[in-house]
Write a protein that binds this ligand. Structure first.
Ligand SMILES: C[S@@+](CC[C@H](N)C(=O)[O-])C[C@H]1O[C@@H](n2cnc3c(N)ncnc32)[C@H](O)[C@@H]1O
Length: 246
């Protein structure tokens, strides 16, 4: 029996986990694989024909393919692409359902479009790449779909976790191994002005109030009542204008 046949006899969830033996990164010199729990999540969530996307590539790419997705992976590494295609062949997976886009996600994602059932953000982890990935991907996920962010223990992932926890468009399903956050999309997410983003409002309220209070105190100390009146009137205008923010 070949490896692919042996794997085919197992449920997809087990297969996704036990089949991970090839080193797919850094020309075979590294293994940056995602956790077994995330591979299991992909196997459990993805149904044949679903449209999925990930930034970065590796064992997760094979798991999406194994679950029957029409999957796109974005990676700048041609050696990863070759290794993943080879691994897919040796596992007997349908490589026709896999689109691998060679390039950095910040260059590739602006040219992609269409609704997604599930996405995994696990490409570049330096600021602001996860946020850029997220800005292009989150609005594309249909309500009911799943958005998974890896490495939320890094600050660049953590800011996404904190933002999404406060936003009504996302429902946190769990954080796997303290590292990978999975969010259900409850309504279509839109990029809005900060006044309509609960996390940004909450994080900004006190720093902004303190700054304004200091400025007012300075004017009062100089008995500059005209400027105080002008500032208060401007505050009212700003508050009214914010009601019209997108
Ligand atoms: C942690 S690994 C991904 C692991 C993969 N999810 C798995 O299950 O094996 C990070 C990946 O991001 C890729 N990468 C690094 N910078 C990137 C960028 N700016 N855009 C897209 N991919 C990037 C790397 O080549 C690598 O494939």
């Amino acid at each position: 029996m070949t490896d692919a046949m042996a794997a085919g006899a197992m449920p997809a969830r087990d297969r996704a986990v036990t089949a991970r033996r090839e080193s797919l990164h850094a020309e075979g010199g590294a293994n940056w694989d995602i956790s077994d729990e995330v591979l299991g999540l992909i196997a459990a969530e993805v149904r044949p024909g679903m449209v999925t996307l990930e930034t970065g590539a590796g064992q997760s790419t094979l798991a999406f393919l194994d679950a029957g997705a029409h999957h796109t992976a974005v990676t700048p590494s041609s050696s990863e692409i070759a290794a993943i295609r080879k691994a897919a062949r040796s596992r007997g997976l349908d490589a026709g359902a896999l689109t691998m886009r060679e390039g950095y996600s910040q260059d590739v994602l602006p040219h992609l479009s269409g609704d997604l059932d599930m996405a995994l953000i696990d490409g570049g982890h330096g600021f602001p790449i996860p946020a850029l990935d997220w800005a292009f991907i989150a609005p594309r996920i249909r309500p009911g779909g799943l958005l998974v962010i890896d490495d939320v223990d890094l600050w660049t992932g953590r800011m996404l976790l904190d933002f999404m926890k406060a936003d009504p468009a996302f429902q946190l399903e769990g954080v796997l191994r303290g590292r990978t956050a999975a969010f259900r999309v409850t309504e279509r997410f839109m990029l809005r002005e900060w006044t309509n983003q609960p996390y940004v409002v909450a994080r900004s309220r006190w720093p902004q109030r303190m700054r304004k209070a200091r400025n007012l105190a300075g004017l009062l100390a100089r008995f500059d009542l005209g400027s105080v009146r002008a500032k208060l009137a401007n505050e009212k205008r700003l508050a009214d204008a914010a009601k019209a923010d997108y």
